[in-house]
Design a protein around this ligand. Structure first.
Ligand SMILES: [Cu+2]
Length: 135
């Protein structure tokens, strides 16, 4: 019986807690979620981009996925560092989205058709001189 009471007390507290969140305005609500923050994860994996154009595409693709908060790709190390809400997305999903635009991402291989459509310099082993638009 004691157990039942403490369980329902915990339940009431949870309901109260959710109520506070629901009453808060939108910006407070974001803050509220960020404070809890336990579902935020970060991951770093290789993406075989080449130039600054690749960087823009890789980062904007990652950031376009619901739940992804930050994405920074390093042209030199080829590391893509992402932070994301693990309730909304996953490292695998981010890698699959990047593979779809033509890059190898972690263990996910680039989509061949998308890779074929990349500017010459953006393909694996490409050089900046291969394409004027590349930086
Ligand atoms: Cu490129």
């Amino acid at each position: 019986m004691k157990r039942l009471i403490s369980l329902s007390l915990a339940g009431l507290m949870l309901i109260g807690f959710a109520g506070v969140g629901a009453k808060a305005n939108e910006s407070q609500k974001v803050n509220f979620e960020q404070t809890i923050g336990a579902k935020d994860k970060s991951a770093t994996f290789k993406v075989n981009g080449v130039c600054g154009m690749c960087k823009k595409k890789i980062e904007s693709t990652a950031k376009g996925i619901a739940g992804v908060k930050t994405a920074v790709w390093d042209k030199e190390t080829k590391d893509l560092k992402v932070t994301f809400d693990s309730k909304k997305t996953s490292e695998k999903k981010i890698q699959e989205a990047i593979a779809k635009i033509g890059y190898n991402a972690g263990n996910v291989k680039a989509d061949k058709d998308a890779m074929a459509k990349l500017p010459a310099c953006c393909k694996e082993g490409g050089k900046h001189s291969d394409h004027k638009a590349c930086d």
